[in-house]
Design a protein around this ligand. Sequence first.
Ligand code: ATP
Ligand code: MG
Length: 420
Amino acid sequence: MIQIPKGCKDMLPADAYLWQAVEDTARETAQLYGFKEIRTPVFEHTELFLRGVGDTTDIVNKEMYTFLDKGGRSITLRPEGTAGVARAFVENGLQGGAMPFKAYYLISAFRYERPQAGRLREFHQFGAELYGAAAPTADAEAILLASRFLRELGLGDVTTLRLNSIGCKSCRARYAEALREHFRPHIGEMCEDCRERFTKNPLRILDCKNEGCKKFTADAPSMLDYLCEDCRAHFETLKQLLTQAGVAYIVDPRIVRGLDYYSRTVFEFTTDLIGAQATVLGGGRYDGLLEQMDAKPTPAVGFAAGIERLLLAMQAVETPLVERLPDVYVAGMDTASRQRALLLAEELRGQGLIVECDLMERSLKAQFKYADKLGVRYVVVIGENELNMGEAEVKHLSTSTAERVKFGEIAQYIKNSRRF
Ligand code: ATP
Ligand code: MG
């Protein structure tokens, strides 16, 4: 039997209520902030990610699923959501529309990584994008949305918001020099990636996951000491707004984020519950992105959360989420009543109940056993007698009591007694 490709995971019906709860919560929370959904293709021209993600990133350097299609075009499965949204924003003329532009996405993304707990080759993200607003209120709104989303999932108490500013082009250049100064004596002992980062983008060294490199990043200079006046004011206002909104954070100068297009605000929500891949959500401001894609310069801020990591965290806190179980099982004693059971089930569904009935031609006893396994609370039993009388026996599985109810009144009867 052919097996699933490495680094992929089946999402099975038994867990559906969990990931659907994450998706529902994402949609509902985004809506509260006026963000509307956007869907873009699963694949794009490779060039989009080279430009929009950046060629000093791990994603572009080693993680992309890239292939030539039958027309000889270089195509890449999206490794993240922002580049596609930015392309769609420009290509559909939305830059000329009302600002800010606010959109969210629920997507699968693809990265050729070494699979581990919380690190897959196909994974899922909830992300939000806010374009056109340069003020720190926009950064705050994105973080408030992210924070509320995590609270709604029951992860408010087990996640930490880590906040940093990586400045703008001008102050970051001075910082990059200071970092080179700091790493120069050690660079020979650091990993090959870091040696390349040293020349191309030394900030990315701070993001290295290699233990051997981490010991040299611990006492590296902090960007916060190099921020220009405007960047400092932006960061101070953001921190003040978060404090006033009651959102706790810690300033963590190690947070630089993996993508090249960030500027000023960067943030991550991390948790201790899920092992080494601790970041469940990351984001920040990327004012340079649209310009880098040859579009009109447009300020931008956003984030993306990894749904598999959220699910791991939710399982670790024993989420209070419960699955909605079927309300009713309609059991039939013989062929004629089983068929009537199907039709009765259909009527009850029309009245908003979750209903199952026998499709396996099981004995009555086996139907009860199955109904119990499904977790239903009421079994409606029909046989020849009930068909003649136009009423059924409704059994409460939890109390082992039963009552006779007319076919037409069953839905109301169950809805009434469900309240107790
Ligand atoms: P990491 O440092 O863990 O590699 P990243 O900086 O590459 O993360 P982003 O590109 O910012 O991650 O993606 C946003 C979020 O998507 C991450 O915080 C994480 O929760 C999730 N994510 C990223 N890569 C993977 C993956 N390979 N498998 C599962 N989730 C992932
Ligand atoms: Mg990564």
